[in-house]
Write a protein that binds this ligand. Sequence first.
Ligand code: SF4
Length: 481
Amino acid sequence: MALAERSVKSARRLPAARHPREFYVKRVAEIMAVRKRGGVPLALVRTYGCQQNVSDSEKLKGLLAQMGFSFTDDAERADFILFNTCAVRGHAENRVFGNVGALKDLKRRHPSLIVAVCGCMMEEKSASQRIESKFPFVSLVFGTHVLHRFPQLLWTVLTDSRRVFERGDEQEDAHIVEGLPVRRGGRVKAFVTAMYGCNNFCSYCIVPYVRGRERSREPDAVLREFRGLVQAGYKDITLLGQNVNSYGKNLREPVSFSALLRRLDAVEGDYRLRFMTSHPKDATRELIDTIAAGRHLCRHLHLPVQSGSDRVLRAMNRGYTREKYLAFVEYARKKIPGLSLTSDIIVGFPGETEEEFRETLDLIRRVKFTSLFTFIYSPREGTRAAALPDPVPAEEKTRRLQRLCAEQEKIAAARCAGEVGRTYRVLVEGRNPRTGLLCGRTEGNEIVNFPGGDGLLGRFAQVRVVSAQGWVLRGEAVPDR
Ligand code: SF4
């Protein structure tokens, strides 16, 4: 019987799984084969937010593939639709509610369609309650801590007449489940999670509440996955963690992040190694020395500064000062010539004055970041900053964001103009559909477009920069030296 025809109860906590994951994987595959009368069930997985969510979706897709699903981008053809959500900004949350709501009519026309919502947002009580009450056609809701139990949860939806809402508990938060299948998004770039969660409680950030405390994977497990990717031919591998350079502190035998990087860098092969996101308070000189000495480590550091004002940094609970940040950048630039620095900046933090905003503008002029991710402060329920008085009007925050972006554009344009005539080793990631040019990325994460044949796709190429239009580089392939 189709789910929509059943009387639906809610299940808030499921009993612990009575069978291993493989049992549920097999059962779901059998049930879906019967429902599809031998045809292949199709899943649509939509991902919001950061690379960690992209990486989680790759695991969910791996599990779906084990359960016999193929994938589609067409909601009309899907038997199962999963939204993997992000809780970091209110705007992203509203988009999720809008997109889930838009499925109401589809569910009416295809009653057997199963709609599920998972991810960080579903670890927030208010968001999961809203899904429960406003969208009765959503059958399955689960949080980040129970991702490994997805087959059991889906099996319960398919076999029992109830909606399932599962957020896991603290015990589940304490250990990391290894060995989940991964269906990667491509054959050139890949993510490897080094650690989960965050202990920092920056006053504006919801992540520690929805992703839990820091848990690091054993270095051998990271190394195994990493080596497998290099051997499979992946060329650009990014180590992930909400606070990746705090890696290893909570292991039984603590290992520093730099030590982990050195172990990975020793793997033979033709590839690049990146990592994100690093916290300035955990950025050590040892880390810089490790990048400087590395064979595969990109000369690129994403180091979110968030603000150039000490008062705002204190209110954000960031744990460093502007001077410390600038001193670290100076050391890093001295040790690694050509280092590319990128960053995140929040404007309009509660109570940010014009003077404090100007300190941020001054900081970006000094550092000359390659690129910036810029955001207007978004209050998150339950965080400390959400309770602060915020007298700055929304229009003023928008103006500050525009001023910040305009300043960064000038900086990026000047830097790009200085790149003309230089030759870079770029990894060719694809073709620009508008211009037909190949798109390559330098180790500093800058994009260079250049003419060339399909044989270069997914490979490294030497490219000389011939012109810069704003922050877009244009180049030509030159022979390997
Ligand atoms: S370091 Fe701060 S901003 Fe980053 S995830 Fe942790 S709490 Fe959030």
